[in-house]
Structures are given as C-alpha cells and as structure tokens.
Design a protein around this ligand. Structure first.
Ligand SMILES: *Cc1c(COP(=O)(O)O)cnc(C)c1O
Length: 390
C-alpha cells in the first residue's frame, strides 16, 4: 500500500460535506432501524449493498469505518465487530465446518487457543494442529486433507518473532487452504498481508487503531468479497456481533491520528530499545526494529515500521523483574497496549514449562513494555531509576 493513499483514505474517504451541512466530522448514526418510502423498496433492499435496514446487519457509521479500514489494508470489503475476538471467532466459524482441521501458530493470541480448545474441538469436532510457524516443513507436514484454515500472527506476542507470510501464503494456496492473520501489532500502516497473498486480515481496533484506550472493536478485511459477505450475512448477523455506532465513530476519530501517533510510538520505542539493549542489567531486548533481531532480514521484506511494543529479558530472576515493574512510575501495570499510555507487565510470570521451552526462555520474568506518549525522556528517566534501584 502507498502511504499517501492510506493517509487520504484515513482523513477524507467517505466525506460527504454536502449531505451534513458542511460538518467536517460525519454524524453518528445512533439509530436501530431505517424506514423506506414504499413497502416495495423495503422488500427489495440490499443491506450488504447501499441500503440499510436494521442496526444488527449494518449501519452508515459502521460502514464508513469499514470502507476506510478496507482501503488502508488493501482489501475490497471489511466487516467491523464489537471486539477483536468477535472478528476472529467469526472468521473461524465462517471458514470452517464440523470435521474440518485448522493449522494454528503456537504463539497466537491466547484466547484464540482457548476458543479452539473449549469450543471448536469439543463442540464442533474441528481438529487443531499447532506449529511454530517459522519452520515451513513442519507447517507443511501439519496439513491434512481436511485442513481448511491456517491461523497466523506476525509479529507474535512475547518475543516478537515473525513468520514468512509470502511463503506460507504460497503453501496454503497450493493446498487450497484459507490463510488468516492477526495483523494488530503492525496496523495497516506498517504491514499489508493481503498484498503478500494472505486471504483474511484481522485487527483488533482496541489497540493502536482506536489508540486512546477508550473503545473495544475488531475487523476482518479481505479481497474476497464473497467471504466478507458470508461473514456479515451469517456469523455477524446471527451472533449479533456488530460494533455499536458510537464505538465505530470513536474508532474513526482515533484512526485519523494513527500515522502521527505511530511515528511517535516508534521513535520513542527505538530510543528505549537502544537504551535497554546497552544496559548491563539487561540480557536481551526483543523489538522488531532492532538490528539485533534474529529475523531482521525477513522483517525488512514484510514490515515498513515498528510500534511501541517490545519485551525485555532482564539479567535477574523473575521476582526481581517483578520488582522492576513495580518500581516503574510512568508504566501502568496492566494488559493490552496501543493506547497513549505506557504499560509494563511480566506476561509469562505464571507460564507453563512447555510454553517457556517453546519460546526458548529460561526466566519467567520477561517484561513486556508498551512505550506510550508520555515523552521519551520521561520514560527513559523512569526506566533508569527503576533499573538503578533494583
Ligand atoms: C487485544 C488483542 C486481541 C483481542 O482483541 P479484543 O478487541 O480485546 O477482543 C487480539 N489479538 C491481539 C494481538 C491483541 O493484542
């Protein structure tokens, strides 16, 4: 995608000043239904096209957000949901049926694995094989005759490893399998998997796209119009997972500053990562933007930028890492990320041994940092003090 086009779509796609008294901000359509001049028009309405019937099916504010997100991710249609998980589970339930099989990366967002283990396998007889994702032979070997879907996330959480999206898309295509990626980390500004042959892109809107920690939402984007129509017509309409118009409007508002915010998150994160990498109490910094990232060559072929998220392996036991997190003043102790605020957490503090072995980590004290917008020097001061006193 061309950044110039993306920025125009973010700022002005869908502007209809003449319709709304010249208001620069489009209104929120806080309505549950739409009426028609005649009964015939109502009977012939196409809610997946230009017509609106009922708010659980579609809404003009939601549609504006869908059009913008689809344009900046290089898709042709998008479906927006009330959360990232609603989008993710709808993709799985639209593509797969009972008896199918899914190949899934082991370090995808954890609730996806819970959905598979608690719902897909026991209630729908959908088989799952977990793979690392980096070893393409392992991935090919996991494919079965009934494999319908490959689930990816790149960069993936904890140590921010990446997988070769073009190569995996080619393997999937050869085998007639649909590919899905959680692209939340990169946002549409830094990575566009549809251009690399991936079929479905998911973003949670609750992170950088919303960007202000005030809204939950999710989206599926594809170049396959029929697939997104099926998502809207079946899973979204029947399960009722569409986003509310007010939330959609908030996401449109957040989206307008995505580029400006990401640039600042990236600039601060680079300085934080370089500072920490050089610190004697730090063993390793996992950040996609560092030259020391073991996959920096592959990263350069897939990603155009890096966000504010990284993890730090401190040269100390987990209890000390926890004390370090507690000593930070500007980094809130909490999950999520992508808002204006800095966050710190030891996400593997209670991780199972097999998860630690898969990630190649010995200490459970891995610290995940989200570098927010409080000012780089303030954040560096905070980190320096905490590292000095522990
Ligand atoms: C937060 C998150 C999700 C889930 O999004 P919700 O909007 O909370 O449902 C999915 N994937 C990633 C990578 C996330 O960080």
């Amino acid at each position: 995608m061309d950044l110039k086009e993306q920025l125009l779509a973010i700022t002005h796609l869908g502007d209809e000043y003449e319709k709304y008294f010249g208001a620069v901000v489009p209104p929120v359509f806080l309505n549950s239904l739409h009426v028609f001049p005649t009964h015939e028009q109502y009977m012939n309405a196409d809610p997946l096209g230009e017509d609106y019937i009922y708010g659980r099916i579609s809404n003009p504010t939601v549609r504006l957000l869908e059009n913008k997100l689809s344009a900046i991710e290089g898709g042709s249609l998008a479906a927006v949901f009330s959360s990232g998980m609603a989008a993710a589970t709808s993709a799985i339930l639209t593509v797969c049926k009972a008896g199918d099989h899914i190949v899934c990366m082991r370090n995808v967002y954890n609730p996806i694995k819970h959905f598979m283990a608690g719902m897909c396998t026991p209630r729908m007889n959908i088989g799952i094989s977990y793979v690392g994702g980096q070893d393409l032979n392992e991935l090919e070997r996991a494919i079965q005759p009934n494999t319908r879907l490959i689930i990816l996330e790149s960069p993936a959480t904890y140590i921010f490893s990446v997988v070769d999206l073009r190569a995996i898309a080619a393997i999937a295509r050869r085998n007639g399998i649909v590919t899905y990626i959680d692209n939340t980390y990169s946002t549409p500004l830094f990575q566009n998997p549809l251009e690399m042959g991936i079929d479905i892109v998911m973003h949670t809107l609750s992170k950088y796209i919303g960007g202000h920690s005030d809204v939950i939402g999710g989206v599926l984007i594809s170049k396959d119009d029929q697939l997104i129509r099926n998502v809207c017509r079946y899973t979204r309409e029947w399960f009722g997972g569409i986003i509310g118009p007010m939330e959609a409007w908030l996401v449109i508002r957040g989206l307008r500053t995505l580029d400006a915010r990401l640039r600042q998150h990236q600039a601060s994160a680079f300085r934080v990562a370089e500072y920490l990498e050089a610190h004697p109490k730090v063993r390793k910094v996992n950040y996609t933007g560092l030259a020391s990232h073991p996959q920096s060559e592959l990263i350069a072929t897939q990603m155009r930028g890096h966000t504010g998220l990284m993890s730090v392996e401190l040269d100390m036991p987990a209890e000390k890492a926890q004390a370090f997190v507690n000593r930070l003043r500007l980094f809130g102790k909490g999950c999520s990320w992508g808002g204006y605020e800095s966050l710190a957490l030891c996400p593997l503090y209670k991780a199972a041994s097999e998860e630690m072995a898969f990630l190649g980590l010995k200490e459970r004290g891995l610290v995940r940092l989200h570098v927010g917008l409080e000012g780089t020097d303030n954040l560096l001061d905070d980190l320096e003090t905490a590292l000095r006193v522990i």
